[in-house]
Design a protein. Structure first.
Lengths: 466, 1192
């Protein structure tokens, strides 16, 4: 039973034989594959985080009223909504919108490829978050809290579900060569055990997993002999000892490590993919190469059972953006978003097409969004937008999602979410639900309190579920 | 007893009785207009409540399990009582009513209704009106019973952990032979009740390893083990315990346990993760305190309020690193500040309460603690104690007496020197200046040289004056356009301005007419500074610069070739010539002279002459990007292409009257005098001539003594200018300076590295190891005629650079004085002041003074990251009660106070608060928490003895060592816990007294053997009938690897590093929150975000990969392999067993591993280093083994 597994887990260092029928590693392996509270719609998640926060009214939340009022005062403008001070004057979107698919979703010309998938996507137009500053907002999106020290959604999923593939880490983070603002604490395990830590891989994709490669000194036979000797010593050490399961587990971790040395590099080797697939993802084309590689790798990892992949994406095209928050178009939303969107549009479209073609989209949930939205009034030199936690758009595709669904609404200017306002807790509740987990039951006792990813609130958004 | 200092908010929020009393009064007041108000409610309020609110806030919702926030809006009383967040309305006060805030969407997490559109403005206004009018509400109905728990303090105080400590008598046991000290009585008493015996005592080799690893985190040496094995006296165990407890390594190991609880780190965390200078002093304090066995109550008091108790004591100040250590975002938006402030306090009280009291108080931020008797009131009272506390790095002289003594000593020597200079300046200097002045005036000017100078000057200026006939023609701009939506406008003065959009790149096209003209030979571009431009312009870039990539001209529709361009100023790397090349990526810019007007001139290949107007089209291209366009400019046509832009600047060069004379073939005496006067006025302050530098390279380097000054002139001349940085090679540089007369001048010299300069053979500058920013300034005399300056450069490894300058030491006023025949006394003093630096005696006295001053002692400031009163980042000191912990929704201010359940019933907060000044409740807090009689001291003692027990025994008497509340584990041996806590206090809070008792006990000394009876009756070993093995932590793994490599450095204290391979112990590694060492993290080291009471013990494949494949582990293994030498495989294995496991191998281990060595060597067949590699493999696999990381 899952329940007892979790209970067992929360007692760190416990060693009772709850899984007497299984091997010692499985008994002591908190990452052992498990199922949730109810049947899951999705097995894996690929979360596409547009680092630095894209603008809702320039991407998916079409606002003709805003556009018409360009340069005129924005009703109820609060100049301190963002990080700096905004003008209070409406800034029309510099991008053209069209309707796509049967659902007729409005999508701007930033996404010429992605827009072909409109009917696979379900939109929430009424997201809000609670901080107008990148790091706390990123923490909120990943952990539900805007302070450091809380487990990321990846760790909660590892804790709740484990991973079916014990030759690979269960969750990954892909980021550009520069880590997003806030760095490692964004994907920390918080108070959950470190074993639930996601493996972060930089944009260079060079270092797959630390220390995965055998040292140059040894060949396979030599290392095997070393491992056999370790086993001999550990077997001898284990005799006549109390509660030996952790000793056995540690021994088995060596065998797993040994297997990982071959299985992990294989998962990351994109040369095994046909040229046509590589092209589809935009690999080897300057603008899209990085994200293309990351997303194709993501698909390969999901195929191998990896639970959660967090991709922090977007190329910095200036206009206020900097490398750790590329979508941060404070000064020139047009220049900024044009470059950032170009770097992700084709690879993301390829990901959806590829997953679909392989029948994987049904149980792979793709999530898209930033850490907040942007202001409807201008900032910088009059062509940029500041941070806006009061409204932003997210979309979902795949595993358990109702394609073409549209949920929530912002005001006519896209400034504030006004209908079906959706908190980050709601978002997390929905994502956990799709993975077969009840967000109110996925708890961990810490400092005398049962903590949740969704703190004390959160509602599953059933309207976007298939 | 509830303190008077505290507010009664708790009652205000919670007590329905209070509100009931208030209601009738309200209703009476409004009864006159009751009908009208009732009508208002029915027509305007009730429908809205039903439609928008009942779904989640009604009795019906509660029945369906959908009630949110414990709040009923369908019953009058429900509105008044409110839900989890307190009363929803305060009748008569819409501005104070929570209901208004939530429907106005003023609280981001409580925007109501939550999923639907905001109420209309009218509906919101109605609601406000209704509340203002007193909340007329005819709805009756029963409010369901709430589950609200009122904290019963009396009952709560009877909970085991909150009870006062009592004297406990150790229970009797049957098998007294086991008993070493009372601990064993408590333990054995329980075991005997179950019929389980202690496990037999561990082997001596096991015991000594356990003791060393547990207390110091390092293994004993083989010699230490052997000494212990050879001792027969049973007392030798106690002696060994004492010895190891005295080891400095003990503090290093045990500090780490406390640092885990303190979430110790040396950087802010969050974005940008700024380093906290001097944060390591806290780590040093903890090590020192543990080694010196600082009484625990004092240890706690210092960490909470050390800065207030004794701000002159390093230890006291450093100790406050505990409360200062939390993560804290230094980047905040205005809207986040208040929230951040409360979060910082939340982190602080959370850490204090869990680490010291084993209670999680932080839960009470939003509501009364659900399980423990901790009220929200307790929470806000306690954070108030820290409300004025800020955290920063402060430099303090902790030994001011040393400075004071040194300073007095210094002044004794220094003052006479000060006086000597003063006396000389007062008495002798004016006299000497007057004498010098007379002498100076008698010096003759070298008229020949002067005449030559003047002639040169005239020769340079006459052509310019001649050319000043240069004609400028306006260009009438008829149309101007700019790309990228920029606005371009040309006014009647032909000045063009760019406004509006500022595109990334821009092209300006201007078309217009010039003439009719006799000749256009060049186009002039004048660019202007302007207050309206960023950085005053002339460009539109944020700093005022621009980059003009290309400048092209068409005339009458035909392209005109531009052959030459010049400008009055060009930025380095951006010369004007770049505008007429075809490369669009290069251009002209003016960084270095931004905010000023400039001129550029472009020469036409062939001059244009026309009787009609010449039509011109000029295209100015700015392709550099980043909005580097020009902002304000004017185009003109010129009749000639000038040699220099000076010509265009026209009369500024020479006044018209002088110009006229200069152009004459002959001049009268009067005219000649006028020119001479003008020349002297404008040039005579530079009596020297700026010759080029001459240089002698190192290849030809010769010692200065050997230089024949006469030969210096033959040195190779290179193009070096005054006040320009010169890149050269090391060696000698030489300069000849011709002066028209004896003249006092100031010489400046900048050189990196070593430099010496001689003027006329006399050393004037000598310096070693300077940097290029350092300017040597010397007051020297030039003599009439030739002066030789030689500079010796030795810039070490730096690229040699030299910057030389010479200027007159006299300003205009001084020059006037110098030329005056007689001086008044006042003028003499003024002149003396100026002349002092040229006076030998004064120079000597001044040099003495400077030399003495350089020796002036300074207070030795130690920079410590610490708590500081009134040092908050936010500048706000008042702490408010918050609704649901939300800093956007404040209630009344909180007063300092403490947790009621941890005070004896007969005392109040005042007991501790009254002893300290009003402003220092933090000290009161520290006193309360350590007060074992009436405050929280009993719990404080219980928590720490349990922590010590837990580290030694692997599990606590209370398993949840940071949770002594109702949700925590019950103690397995409550009486033992209390006995230990009492013993701690009786021993003046000596932690080592507890260590000593535990380490000497029989229960600690048990072996790991299991027994059937134990396994069947207590399979989880809760009663400790056998010794549980313990896993070593990340830092201990690393320390042991370094210890075995032979590289361990035992240097204590001070700044650490981020290097995994640093040879010092891991406790000294810098903890930077964004750069936590992956090696340590992998083995469950804490991330320093919040306090950690017990590390996880994980087994993972990445750990195995690290031990198998990391460079670090391999290197340590290799060093161990190199260090251990043996004659045979067996001897080698035996020695390595002592290094890794502190024991001899068992026969089967010896055989297997000796064979392994041979087999592994064979596997490396053909490798010259086969045996060495096999040996390293062996070392590494021993490190990988379970026995290495698990201690029996």
């Amino acid at each position: 039973m899952k329940h007892s597994r979790r209970k067992f887990l929360s007692q760190a260092g416990a060693a009772a034989g709850i899984f007497a029928t299984q091997g010692a590693f499985a008994q002591n392996n908190p990452l052992a594959f498990g199922t949730g509270h109810f049947p899951a719609k999705a097995k894996s998640i690929i979360w596409l985080h547009m680092t630095g926060a894209p603008s809702q009214m320039d991407t998916f939340d079409y606002k003709p009223v805003l556009n018409k009022n360009h340069g005129k005062p924005l009703p109820d403008a609060d100049s301190k909504t963002g990080f700096f001070t905004t003008s209070g004057k409406c800034l029309a979107s510099p991008f053209a919108f069209k309707q796509y698919g049967e659902s007729g979703a409005w999508i701007s010309d930033l996404f010429p490829h992605l827009s072909n998938h409109a009917d696979d996507m379900a939109f929430i137009y009424s997201m809000y978050s609670r901080s107008n500053n990148h790091t706390p907002a990123m923490l909120e999106l990943t952990s539900g809290f805007f302070r450091q020290g809380f487990p990321s959604i990846a760790s909660w999923l590892m804790y709740g579900l484990g991973t079916p593939n014990n030759s690979l880490p269960g969750s990954f983070v892909f980021h550009a060569p520069k880590k997003p603002r806030g760095e490692d604490p964004i994907w920390s395990t918080g108070f959950l055990p470190k074993i639930f830590q996601a493996t972060a891989i930089d944009g260079g994709n060079k270092k797959v997993i630390d220390n995965l490669d055998r040292l140059a000194d040894l060949n396979d036979a030599q290392q095997r002999a070393q491992l056999d000797a370790i086993k001999f010593l550990n077997d001898s050490h284990r005799t006549e000892r109390l509660h030996t399961s952790n000793l056995e587990a540690r021994q088995e971790a060596y065998e797993l490590a040994y297997r990982m040395q071959t299985s992990a590099p294989n998962a990351f080797n994109l040369n095994n993919e046909p040229e046509s697939t590589r092209k589809l993802y935009g690999i080897d084309t300057k603008d899209t190469d990085l994200v293309g590689r990351q997303l194709l790798t993501s698909r390969r990892l999901v195929e191998r059972g990896v639970r959660f992949i967090h991709v922090f994406a977007g190329t910095n095209g200036g206009g206020g953006g900097v490398n750790d928050v590329p979508w941060d178009g404070h000064n020139n939303i047009k220049a900024n978003h044009t470059v950032a969107a170009r770097s992700v549009d084709k690879p993301m479209s390829a990901l959806l097409a590829d997953l679909k073609q392989r029948g994987m989209l049904d149980d792979t949930l793709v999530v898209w969004g930033g850490e907040f939205g942007r202001t409807s009034d201008s900032q910088g030199n009059g062509t940029g937008r500041d941070h806006n936690p009061n409204a932003f758009t997210m979309w979902f595709a795949g595993g358990g999602i109702k394609g073409g669904a549209q949920y929530g609404r912002t005001d006519d200017f896209g400034y504030k979410a006004i209908e079906n306002r959706t908190s980050v807790h709601d978002l997390h509740a929905t994502v956990l639900h799709l993975m077969g987990l009840d967000h109110e039951k996925l708890t961990y006792r810490h400092n005398g309190r049962d903590f949740r990813l969704t703190d004390v609130s959160g509602n599953v958004i059933h309207d976007i579920l298939g | 007893m509830k303190s008077k200092a505290k507010t009664n908010r708790w009652h205000l929020m919670r007590s329905i009785d209070t509100l009931k009393l208030a209601i009738p009064c309200v209703f009476m007041a409004i009864s006159v207009q009751a009908d009208e108000k009732l009508n208002f409610f029915e027509s305007r309020i009730r429908p809205v409540l039903v439609e928008k609110c009942y779904n989640c806030h009604s009795v019906k919702a509660a029945d369906q399990g959908k009630l949110k926030g414990g709040f009923y809006i369908d019953v009058r009383e429900g509105l008044l009582r409110g839900g989890d967040s307190g009363p929803a309305v305060i009748p008569g006060h819409p501005e104070k009513s929570l209901l208004m805030q939530v429907i106005r969407h003023e609280i981001i997490d409580m925007q109501m209704p939550p999923k639907k559109a905001k109420l209309s403005d009218q509906q919101i206004a109605d609601m406000a009106q209704w509340i203002k009018d007193g909340c007329t509400d005819p709805r009756t109905g029963e409010l369901p019973e709430t589950e609200e728990q009122i904290i019963d303090l009396e009952a709560a105080r009877t909970f085991w952990s909150f009870r006062p400590l009592k004297k406990v008598t150790p229970p009797p046991v049957k098998d007294t032979a086991w008993i070493v000290n009372p601990i064993d009585q408590f333990m054995l008493h329980e075991l005997e009740a179950k019929g389980i015996p202690f496990a037999p005592e561990a082997l001596k080799t096991t015991l000594i390893r356990r003791l060393y690893m547990g207390l110091t985190g390092l293994a004993p040496s083989k010699a230490e083990v052997e000494v212990f094995l050879n001792e027969k006296d049973p007392q030798n165990w106690s002696a060994l315990v004492e010895k190891v407890l005295r080891s400095q390594r003990f503090g290093e190991r045990w500090a780490r346990h406390w640092l885990d609880l303190a979430r110790f780190a040396e950087s802010n965390g969050y974005a940008f993760d700024k380093d906290r200078k001097g944060a390591f002093h806290y780590r040093d304090f903890v090590i020192k305190a543990l080694n010196e066995d600082l009484p625990y109550d004092e240890f706690v008091r210092m960490q909470l309020a050390g800065d207030l108790i004794d701000q002159k004591s390093h230890d006291h100040v450093a100790a406050t690193g505990f409360i200062a250590a939390g993560p804290f975002t230094s980047q905040q938006t205005a809207k986040e500040r208040e929230r951040s402030r409360y979060e910082q306090l939340d982190d602080l009280i959370g850490t204090v309460s869990t680490a010291m009291l084993g209670l999680s108080v932080a839960c009470a931020r939003c509501h009364d603690h659900k399980f423990d008797p901790i009220s929200s009131d307790d929470y806000y009272s306690m954070i108030t104690a820290f409300g004025k506390t800020g955290f920063q790095t402060v430099g303090t002289d902790f030994k001011p007496e040393i400075y004071k003594t040194a300073k007095e000593e210094f002044e004794r020597n220094h003052q006479p020197i000060v006086k000597a200079l003063k006396a000389y300046e007062d008495n002798d200097l004016p006299k000497r200046a007057t004498e010098w002045h007379k002498e100076w005036q008698s010096h003759e000017v070298d008229e020949t040289l002067l005449a030559k100078r003047q002639k040169d000057w005239e020769a340079k200026h006459i052509p310019i004056i001649k050319r000043s006939g240069l004609k400028q023609y306006p260009i009438e701009i008829l149309s101007s356009t700019a790309t990228g939506n920029a606005t371009i406008q040309t006014d009647s003065a032909h000045i063009t301005r760019l406004t509006g959009a500022n595109p990334e790149k821009a092209t300006y096209t201007l078309e217009g007419d010039a003439g009719p003209v006799p000749q256009i030979a060049a186009i002039m571009l004048e660019i202007f500074a302007d207050e309206g431009l960023p950085g005053k312009g002339p460009g539109r870039a944020t700093n005022g610069n621009f980059v003009l990539s290309n400048f092209t001209v068409e005339s009458n529709g035909e392209p005109v070739k531009l052959t030459e361009a010049l400008a009055d100023f060009s930025q380095k790397g951006h010369p004007i010539a770049h505008t007429i090349d075809t490369n669009k990526k290069t251009g002209w810019a003016v960084s270095g002279a931004i905010g000023k007007d400039h001129i550029a001139v472009f020469k036409l290949e062939k001059p244009i002459a026309s009787q009609d107007a010449v039509s011109l089209k000029i295209v100015m291209d700015h392709q550099y990007g980043h909005r580097h366009g020009l902002g304000k400019f004017r185009l003109r046509a010129l009749s000639d292409f000038p040699k220099s832009t000076d010509e265009i600047k026209g009369e500024a060069v020479v006044p018209q009257t002088i110009a006229t004379i200069l152009l004459k073939d002959t001049r009268s005496d009067t005219e000649a005098k006028a020119v001479r006067d003008y020349y002297l006025r404008t040039n005579a302050t530079t009596p020297f001539e700026a010759n080029d530098w001459r240089h002698l390279s190192t290849k030809e380097a010769i010692e200065l003594d050997a230089i024949d000054f006469a030969q210096l002139e033959t040195w190779k001349t290179v193009d070096w200018k005054d006040k320009k940085d010169i890149t050269t090679t090391n060696g000698y540089a030489y300069r000849r300076i011709d002066s028209t007369r004896n003249f006092p001048v100031i010489l400046t010299l900048k050189v990196a590295g070593n430099v010496e300069a001689w003027l006329n053979g006399e050393s004037v500058v000598k310096r070693e190891n300077g940097n290029f920013k350092q300017v040597d300034t010397r007051h020297v005399y030039l003599r009439k005629g030739a002066n030789d300056l030689v500079v010796k450069l030795d810039t070490k490894n730096n690229k040699p650079r030299l910057n030389f300058g010479l200027k007159t030491g006299a300003g205009k006023e001084t020059l006037a004085l110098l030329n005056k025949p007689g001086l008044t006394a006042e003028q003499s003093i003024s002149l003396a002041k100026w002349h002092a630096p040229y006076d030998a005696k004064w120079k000597k006295l001044k040099a003495d003074l400077d030399a003495s001053k350089a020796k002036e002692p300074k207070p030795k400031l130690t920079e410590v990251y610490q708590a500081k009163k009134n040092g908050t980042t936010y500048g706000k000191y008042t702490i408010h009660h918050l609704v649901r912990g939300n800093s956007d929704v404040k209630l009344e201010p909180a007063n300092p106070g403490f947790m009621d359940v941890l005070m004896r019933p007969e005392v109040s907060d005042e007991k501790w608060l009254k002893d300290t000044k009003e402003a220092e409740p933090r000290v009161a807090f520290a006193n309360w928490i350590t007060d074992e009689k009436e405050g929280a001291g009993s719990l404080l003692a219980r928590v720490i003895v349990n922590r010590i027990w837990k580290q030694h025994m692997g599990k606590g008497i209370v398993a949840s060592a940071s949770n002594f509340g109702t949700t925590g584990d019950m103690p397995t041996h409550p009486e033992l816990l209390d006995w230990l806590a009492m013993t701690l206090i009786e021993n003046d809070w000596s932690q080592k007294s507890i260590h000593r008792l535990i380490l000497n006990s029989a229960v600690y000394r048990q072996g790991v053997a299991t027994s059937d009876v134990g396994l069947s009756l207590d399979p989880d070993n809760k009663l400790l009938w056998t010794r549980p093995r313990q896993r070593i932590e990340a830092e201990v793994i690393r320390d042991r690897l370094i210890q075995m490599s032979g590289n361990l450095e035992t240097k204590m204290y001070g700044k650490g590093t981020l290097s995994l391979t640093d040879p010092r112990r891991s406790v000294y590694l810098t903890v930077k929150r964004s750069k936590l060492l992956p090696f340590l993290q992998l083995f469950d080291a804490p991330d320093a975000i919040e306090g950690k009471e017990m590390r996880n013990e994980t087994n993972s494949a990445p750990q195995s990969l690290t031990l198998l494949n990391s460079k670090f582990v391999r290197e340590m293994s290799a060093k161990l392999a190199t260090r251990i030498k043996a004659d045979s495989n067996e001897a080698l294995v035996t020695q390595l067993y002592w290094e890794t496991f502190s024991r001899t191998p068992r026969p089967q281990e010896l055989i297997y591993l000796a064979e392994f060595l041979s087999r592994q060597t064979n596997l490396y067949e053909g490798d010259a280093k086969a045996a060495d590699k096999a040996k390293i493999d062996l070392c590494q696999l021993l490190i990988c083994s379970n026995e290495f990381v698990y201690i029996d």
